[in-house]
Ligand binder design. Structure first.
Ligand SMILES: Nc1nc2c(ncn2[C@@H]2O[C@H](COP(=O)(O)OP(=O)(O)O)[C@@H](O)[C@H]2O)c(=O)[nH]1
Ligand SMILES: [Mg+2]
Length: 270
Protein backbone atom coordinates (compact mmCIF):
# COMPACT_ATOMS: atom_id res chain seq x y z
CA UNK A 1 0.00 0.00 0.00
CA UNK A 2 1.06 3.58 -0.65
CA UNK A 3 0.12 6.32 1.80
CA UNK A 4 0.34 9.91 0.61
CA UNK A 5 0.55 12.45 3.45
CA UNK A 6 -0.40 16.06 2.85
CA UNK A 7 -0.19 18.79 5.50
CA UNK A 8 -2.62 21.50 4.43
CA UNK A 9 -3.19 24.97 5.73
CA UNK A 10 -5.42 27.11 3.53
CA UNK A 11 -4.58 25.12 0.40
CA UNK A 12 -8.06 24.80 -1.20
CA UNK A 13 -7.03 26.20 -4.59
CA UNK A 14 -3.83 24.17 -4.74
CA UNK A 15 -5.55 20.94 -3.62
CA UNK A 16 -8.15 21.37 -6.34
CA UNK A 17 -5.32 21.06 -8.86
CA UNK A 18 -3.15 18.57 -6.95
CA UNK A 19 -5.58 15.85 -5.82
CA UNK A 20 -6.70 14.85 -9.36
CA UNK A 21 -3.01 14.58 -10.36
CA UNK A 22 -2.30 12.34 -7.36
CA UNK A 23 -5.35 10.21 -8.22
CA UNK A 24 -4.20 9.81 -11.83
CA UNK A 25 -0.62 8.90 -10.92
CA UNK A 26 -1.55 6.48 -8.15
CA UNK A 27 -4.23 4.74 -10.19
CA UNK A 28 -1.67 4.15 -12.94
CA UNK A 29 0.53 2.27 -10.43
CA UNK A 30 -2.04 -0.43 -9.82
CA UNK A 31 -1.33 -0.54 -6.06
CA UNK A 32 -3.74 0.21 -3.23
CA UNK A 33 -3.30 3.75 -1.96
CA UNK A 34 -4.75 6.21 0.52
CA UNK A 35 -4.25 9.95 0.67
CA UNK A 36 -4.23 11.35 4.20
CA UNK A 37 -4.65 15.10 4.46
CA UNK A 38 -4.27 16.92 7.74
CA UNK A 39 -6.37 20.04 7.49
CA UNK A 40 -4.77 22.33 10.02
CA UNK A 41 -7.54 24.77 10.90
CA UNK A 42 -7.87 26.15 7.36
CA UNK A 43 -10.35 28.95 6.86
CA UNK A 44 -10.47 28.96 3.06
CA UNK A 45 -12.84 26.13 2.19
CA UNK A 46 -10.21 23.36 2.36
CA UNK A 47 -12.55 21.26 4.54
CA UNK A 48 -15.59 21.09 2.21
CA UNK A 49 -13.27 20.59 -0.73
CA UNK A 50 -11.70 17.56 0.99
CA UNK A 51 -15.16 16.18 1.77
CA UNK A 52 -15.95 16.40 -1.93
CA UNK A 53 -12.76 14.56 -2.95
CA UNK A 54 -13.27 11.90 -0.26
CA UNK A 55 -16.33 10.77 -2.22
CA UNK A 56 -14.21 10.32 -5.37
CA UNK A 57 -10.95 8.77 -4.20
CA UNK A 58 -9.43 6.98 -1.18
CA UNK A 59 -8.89 10.01 1.02
CA UNK A 60 -8.89 10.34 4.77
CA UNK A 61 -8.96 13.70 6.56
CA UNK A 62 -7.44 14.48 9.93
CA UNK A 63 -8.93 17.71 11.14
CA UNK A 64 -7.44 20.30 13.48
CA UNK A 65 -10.06 22.79 14.57
CA UNK A 66 -7.38 25.36 15.32
CA UNK A 67 -4.18 25.98 13.33
CA UNK A 68 -1.38 24.14 15.17
CA UNK A 69 1.50 24.57 12.74
CA UNK A 70 3.42 22.24 10.46
CA UNK A 71 5.26 20.40 13.28
CA UNK A 72 2.09 19.19 15.03
CA UNK A 73 0.58 18.38 11.67
CA UNK A 74 3.39 16.12 10.47
CA UNK A 75 3.49 14.43 13.87
CA UNK A 76 -0.19 13.55 13.50
CA UNK A 77 0.21 12.45 9.89
CA UNK A 78 3.17 10.16 10.57
CA UNK A 79 1.61 8.64 13.69
CA UNK A 80 -1.54 7.93 11.75
CA UNK A 81 0.44 6.46 8.84
CA UNK A 82 2.54 4.26 11.13
CA UNK A 83 -0.64 2.84 12.65
CA UNK A 84 -2.28 2.22 9.32
CA UNK A 85 0.67 0.69 7.47
CA UNK A 86 2.59 -2.56 7.39
CA UNK A 87 6.41 -2.45 7.44
CA UNK A 88 6.78 -2.91 3.67
CA UNK A 89 4.30 -0.21 2.75
CA UNK A 90 5.40 3.14 1.33
CA UNK A 91 4.73 6.54 2.88
CA UNK A 92 5.13 9.65 0.72
CA UNK A 93 4.99 13.11 2.26
CA UNK A 94 4.38 16.03 -0.10
CA UNK A 95 3.48 19.70 0.20
CA UNK A 96 -0.16 20.43 -0.51
CA UNK A 97 0.69 23.64 -2.39
CA UNK A 98 0.86 21.98 -5.84
CA UNK A 99 4.61 22.59 -6.22
CA UNK A 100 5.48 18.88 -5.83
CA UNK A 101 4.64 16.94 -8.97
CA UNK A 102 3.12 13.50 -8.25
CA UNK A 103 4.90 12.23 -11.40
CA UNK A 104 7.99 11.88 -9.17
CA UNK A 105 6.26 9.34 -6.88
CA UNK A 106 7.07 6.28 -9.07
CA UNK A 107 10.79 7.12 -9.01
CA UNK A 108 10.68 7.56 -5.21
CA UNK A 109 9.11 4.11 -4.94
CA UNK A 110 11.59 2.55 -7.38
CA UNK A 111 14.47 3.85 -5.29
CA UNK A 112 12.88 2.60 -2.05
CA UNK A 113 12.57 -0.78 -3.75
CA UNK A 114 16.36 -0.80 -4.22
CA UNK A 115 16.64 -1.04 -0.43
CA UNK A 116 16.65 2.60 0.66
CA UNK A 117 14.55 3.60 3.68
CA UNK A 118 14.23 7.33 2.99
CA UNK A 119 14.28 8.81 -0.52
CA UNK A 120 14.17 12.57 -1.05
CA UNK A 121 13.02 14.39 -4.17
CA UNK A 122 16.12 16.52 -4.75
CA UNK A 123 16.57 19.75 -6.65
CA UNK A 124 20.32 19.31 -6.48
CA UNK A 125 20.78 16.20 -8.62
CA UNK A 126 21.38 16.32 -12.39
CA UNK A 127 17.91 16.59 -13.91
CA UNK A 128 16.56 18.38 -10.84
CA UNK A 129 15.98 22.08 -10.34
CA UNK A 130 13.36 24.67 -9.59
CA UNK A 131 11.02 26.88 -11.58
CA UNK A 132 9.54 30.15 -10.39
CA UNK A 133 11.82 30.60 -7.38
CA UNK A 134 13.14 34.15 -6.99
CA UNK A 135 16.95 34.48 -7.06
CA UNK A 136 16.91 35.71 -3.44
CA UNK A 137 14.93 32.72 -2.18
CA UNK A 138 17.03 30.32 -4.29
CA UNK A 139 20.20 31.76 -2.72
CA UNK A 140 18.85 31.47 0.84
CA UNK A 141 17.60 27.95 0.19
CA UNK A 142 20.96 26.88 -1.30
CA UNK A 143 22.84 28.40 1.67
CA UNK A 144 20.50 26.73 4.17
CA UNK A 145 21.03 23.35 2.49
CA UNK A 146 24.84 23.74 2.56
CA UNK A 147 24.60 24.67 6.25
CA UNK A 148 22.57 21.54 6.97
CA UNK A 149 24.95 19.33 4.98
CA UNK A 150 27.89 20.74 6.93
CA UNK A 151 26.38 20.23 10.38
CA UNK A 152 24.21 17.18 9.77
CA UNK A 153 26.15 15.28 7.10
CA UNK A 154 24.27 12.37 5.59
CA UNK A 155 25.94 10.34 2.86
CA UNK A 156 24.36 10.80 -0.60
CA UNK A 157 22.06 13.57 0.65
CA UNK A 158 22.23 17.13 -0.65
CA UNK A 159 18.57 18.12 -0.37
CA UNK A 160 17.65 18.76 3.26
CA UNK A 161 14.84 21.29 3.13
CA UNK A 162 12.41 19.85 0.60
CA UNK A 163 9.64 17.92 2.35
CA UNK A 164 8.86 15.73 -0.67
CA UNK A 165 10.14 12.31 0.44
CA UNK A 166 9.30 8.63 0.30
CA UNK A 167 9.77 6.41 3.34
CA UNK A 168 9.61 2.68 3.87
CA UNK A 169 6.87 2.47 6.52
CA UNK A 170 8.98 0.11 8.64
CA UNK A 171 11.55 2.81 9.39
CA UNK A 172 8.85 5.25 10.52
CA UNK A 173 7.26 2.60 12.75
CA UNK A 174 10.67 1.83 14.20
CA UNK A 175 11.38 5.55 14.81
CA UNK A 176 8.05 6.08 16.57
CA UNK A 177 8.62 2.98 18.72
CA UNK A 178 12.06 4.16 19.66
CA UNK A 179 11.67 7.93 19.99
CA UNK A 180 8.00 8.04 20.98
CA UNK A 181 6.89 11.57 21.64
CA UNK A 182 10.43 12.87 20.97
CA UNK A 183 10.47 11.83 17.30
CA UNK A 184 9.50 15.41 16.42
CA UNK A 185 10.26 17.58 19.44
CA UNK A 186 10.65 20.89 17.61
CA UNK A 187 7.01 21.05 16.69
CA UNK A 188 6.63 24.71 17.55
CA UNK A 189 9.55 25.87 15.43
CA UNK A 190 8.10 26.35 11.97
CA UNK A 191 9.54 23.92 9.46
CA UNK A 192 12.43 22.72 11.68
CA UNK A 193 10.54 19.51 12.52
CA UNK A 194 11.05 18.36 8.92
CA UNK A 195 14.83 18.43 9.36
CA UNK A 196 14.63 16.98 12.87
CA UNK A 197 12.73 13.94 11.61
CA UNK A 198 15.29 13.44 8.85
CA UNK A 199 18.26 13.63 11.24
CA UNK A 200 16.63 11.32 13.77
CA UNK A 201 16.08 8.73 11.06
CA UNK A 202 19.77 8.98 10.24
CA UNK A 203 20.65 8.37 13.89
CA UNK A 204 18.51 5.27 13.67
CA UNK A 205 20.68 3.98 10.82
CA UNK A 206 18.26 4.55 7.92
CA UNK A 207 19.62 4.32 4.37
CA UNK A 208 19.10 7.54 2.39
CA UNK A 209 18.79 8.08 -1.32
CA UNK A 210 17.71 10.89 -3.66
CA UNK A 211 15.97 11.15 -7.00
CA UNK A 212 15.93 14.24 -9.26
CA UNK A 213 12.99 16.59 -8.93
CA UNK A 214 11.98 19.97 -10.31
CA UNK A 215 10.24 22.18 -7.74
CA UNK A 216 7.32 23.86 -9.52
CA UNK A 217 7.17 27.08 -7.51
CA UNK A 218 5.68 28.70 -10.59
CA UNK A 219 2.46 26.77 -9.77
CA UNK A 220 2.29 28.12 -6.24
CA UNK A 221 -0.90 29.96 -5.39
CA UNK A 222 -0.31 32.61 -2.75
CA UNK A 223 2.67 33.14 -0.51
CA UNK A 224 4.92 30.62 1.24
CA UNK A 225 3.75 29.66 4.73
CA UNK A 226 7.30 29.14 5.89
CA UNK A 227 7.83 31.05 9.16
CA UNK A 228 11.48 31.97 8.68
CA UNK A 229 12.32 33.33 12.16
CA UNK A 230 10.90 30.36 14.07
CA UNK A 231 12.41 27.88 11.64
CA UNK A 232 15.93 29.38 11.92
CA UNK A 233 15.59 29.36 15.72
CA UNK A 234 14.53 25.70 15.46
CA UNK A 235 17.67 24.86 13.41
CA UNK A 236 19.86 26.52 16.04
CA UNK A 237 18.16 24.57 18.82
CA UNK A 238 18.70 21.43 16.76
CA UNK A 239 22.41 22.17 16.53
CA UNK A 240 22.55 22.41 20.32
CA UNK A 241 20.44 19.28 20.80
CA UNK A 242 22.52 17.32 18.30
CA UNK A 243 26.01 18.27 19.46
CA UNK A 244 25.32 18.81 23.17
CA UNK A 245 28.24 17.04 24.88
CA UNK A 246 26.17 15.73 27.78
CA UNK A 247 23.48 13.50 26.37
CA UNK A 248 22.98 15.22 22.98
CA UNK A 249 21.07 13.28 20.30
CA UNK A 250 24.20 12.25 18.42
CA UNK A 251 25.98 10.95 21.48
CA UNK A 252 23.01 9.23 23.04
CA UNK A 253 22.16 7.40 19.83
CA UNK A 254 25.76 6.27 19.41
CA UNK A 255 25.81 4.94 22.96
CA UNK A 256 22.45 3.32 22.85
CA UNK A 257 22.83 0.71 20.23
CA UNK A 258 20.81 0.99 17.01
CA UNK A 259 23.00 -1.99 16.06
CA UNK A 260 21.40 -4.20 18.66
CA UNK A 261 17.95 -3.12 17.71
CA UNK A 262 18.18 -3.74 13.99
CA UNK A 263 21.38 -5.28 12.67
CA UNK A 264 20.74 -4.63 9.02
CA UNK A 265 20.40 -0.91 9.65
CA UNK A 266 23.51 -0.56 11.78
CA UNK A 267 26.05 2.19 11.02
CA UNK A 268 24.85 2.64 7.47
CA UNK A 269 24.99 6.39 7.39
CA UNK A 270 26.71 7.37 10.56
N1 LIG B 1 -0.78 21.92 8.76
C1 LIG B 1 -0.08 22.98 8.48
N2 LIG B 1 0.50 22.96 7.35
C2 LIG B 1 1.21 24.02 7.06
C3 LIG B 1 1.35 25.14 7.91
N3 LIG B 1 2.15 25.98 7.31
C4 LIG B 1 2.47 25.39 6.14
N4 LIG B 1 1.86 24.24 6.00
C5 LIG B 1 1.89 23.28 4.91
O1 LIG B 1 3.22 22.84 4.79
C6 LIG B 1 3.56 22.73 3.42
C7 LIG B 1 4.73 23.64 3.21
O2 LIG B 1 4.35 25.01 3.24
P1 LIG B 1 4.65 25.92 2.00
O3 LIG B 1 3.88 27.20 2.06
O4 LIG B 1 4.46 25.07 0.77
O5 LIG B 1 6.20 26.24 2.20
P2 LIG B 1 7.27 26.44 1.06
O6 LIG B 1 7.14 25.28 0.14
O7 LIG B 1 8.58 26.45 1.79
O8 LIG B 1 6.97 27.73 0.42
C8 LIG B 1 2.29 23.11 2.64
O9 LIG B 1 1.62 21.91 2.30
C9 LIG B 1 1.48 23.93 3.63
O10 LIG B 1 0.08 23.84 3.45
C10 LIG B 1 0.66 25.12 9.12
O11 LIG B 1 0.66 26.05 9.93
N5 LIG B 1 -0.03 24.01 9.36
MG1 LIG C 1 5.71 24.19 -0.63
Amino acid sequence: MILILLPAYNEARALLALLPKIKRTLESLDTAYTVVVCNDGSRDGTKPLLEMFAAQMPLHVLDHKINRGLGETIRDLFEYAADLSGPNDVIVRMDADDTHDPDVIPSLIAKLDQGFDVVTASRFLPGGGQQGVSPGRAFISYGANRFMKLFFPIKAVNEYSCGFRGYRAGIIKQAIDLYGNSFIQLKDFGFAGTLEKFVKLQLLGARFGEVPFVLRYDQKVGASKMVAGKTILGYLIMLLGYYWPWGGWKRSRRNSQPENRNPQHATRNT
